[in-house]
Design a protein around this ligand. Sequence first.
Ligand SMILES: Cc1cc2nc3c(=O)[nH]c(=O)nc-3n(C[C@H](O)[C@H](O)[C@H](O)COP(=O)(O)OP(=O)(O)OC[C@H]3O[C@@H](n4cnc5c(N)ncnc54)[C@H](O)[C@@H]3O)c2cc1C
Length: 443
Amino acid sequence: MDRKIKNWGNYPEIISNVKSFDTSGMVEELFKEEKHWIARGMGRCYGDASLGENVLSTLKYNKVTFFDTQSGIIECQAGFTLDEVLQLAVPKGWFLPVTPGTKFVSLGGAVASDIHGKNHHKEGSFSRHTLSIKVLCGDGKIYNCSKTENADLFEATCGGMGLTGVILSVRFQLRKISTSYITQKQIKAANLDELLILFEKYKEYTYSVAWVDCLARGKHFGRSILMLGEHAEMNDLKGAKAKAPLKVHSEAGLNIPFNFPSFVLNKYSIKLFNFAYYHKNFKKVQESTTHYDGFFYPLDNIKNWNRMYGKPGFLQYQFVLPLNQVEGMKLIMNKIAEKKQGSFLSVLKVFGPQNDLISFPEEGYTLALDFPMTGSLLKFLDELDQIVQDCGGRIYLTKDARMNKEFFHKSYPRLEEFIDIVNKYNPNTEFRSVQSERLSITR
Ligand SMILES: Cc1cc2nc3c(=O)[nH]c(=O)nc-3n(C[C@H](O)[C@H](O)[C@H](O)COP(=O)(O)OP(=O)(O)OC[C@H]3O[C@@H](n4cnc5c(N)ncnc54)[C@H](O)[C@@H]3O)c2cc1C
């Protein structure tokens, strides 16, 4: 059925022929109807990666096919979500090995974007914990692949944005936990230089991420709150928490029922929010024990928060720069502060070493910011791209809806190798998205 679809940034919106399936046989039948497809999970990528002429929604293909509660190995169909994994695994003392900032992501989407979390500097991205996947490719065959079996297809599918085929199932290793709580330490940093020193000092923490006020200037430039966390043990819990140590998250409390008018978000309201957020903690260091839901997914508590950006939508800009490019990071943040093009939530993280075929993470600093969609935004982001390119960095495909192909081809040095693998398993470029065409990945 043809219908309008868009992803989390509400930009772009296109009309697609959207089909669902609940058996792999149905996918094979659909392949006979149309030549070109792209898989789509929860639509939590921000831009156009899971949009295309013909979209295969995976959400009805969502069974758990294996779960060993002793070893923590689980296998699920691709439409099963991280939210559902948590509901099943947490009461049995298991947690996700890597989680993004929302739990409303399908497992297929998690693999196709090779998602990273707050533990990347120590534990890498999702593919490091993925034992095997089944992929239905355009040549009509279902491949089991892993780091040792059909390893080229495995590597190209992790982070390959759905272009190697439809991921049917994912087998991965969960992380053992004693409680569903996190012992959290929040440290205020007066500016960017102090924040980078703190990241280094606390690098042994499993989880670390910083919220940065990208609009502050002068001596407050880059003021931030560094958030550190470890899974809590039983003896860290008191009272009600100790009585229900493996409590699962609950439903979202608030809902934004309609798009906000565009004037609600402006340079003054964003500046005010950033100021208030920085000053919410009175103390320099604040420690608490908090549920995993509040630590990892604060925004999930507000359903449809993306409607705050109004009908035109927004773009998320996430880039990574090598560790020695701090000056480049400052240049970008200065441009944002000067332009007053700031964002409510600007998140800075340190990535550990990773050098995969097409996955986004590489060792360095990554900053993610949301920008309301305005007439001048695209030109401004092109200027930021130039700095990212000069510093040897790159942009995260799952957040992208506008990068130009020349920059993309320069910044992903193993792209041709990736395209060769895509073509080997998909002789007629069966999988293509609006993004893959815009970036000339598929021709
Ligand atoms: C609030 C928020 C916070 C986020 N935080 C992070 C973060 O911290 N770290 C991070 O890495 N990401 C983060 N993301 C991005 C998100 O994790 C990824 O975009 C993820 O891929 C979304 O999964 P999805 O199921 O919604 O997939 P979709 O958005 O539908 O698709 C994303 C990509 O996966 C492909 N795909 C989906 N299912 C399949 C399948 N079965 N087979 C083949 N390809 C498939 C699509 O073709 C597309 O290329 C965040 C997103 C939001 C909205």
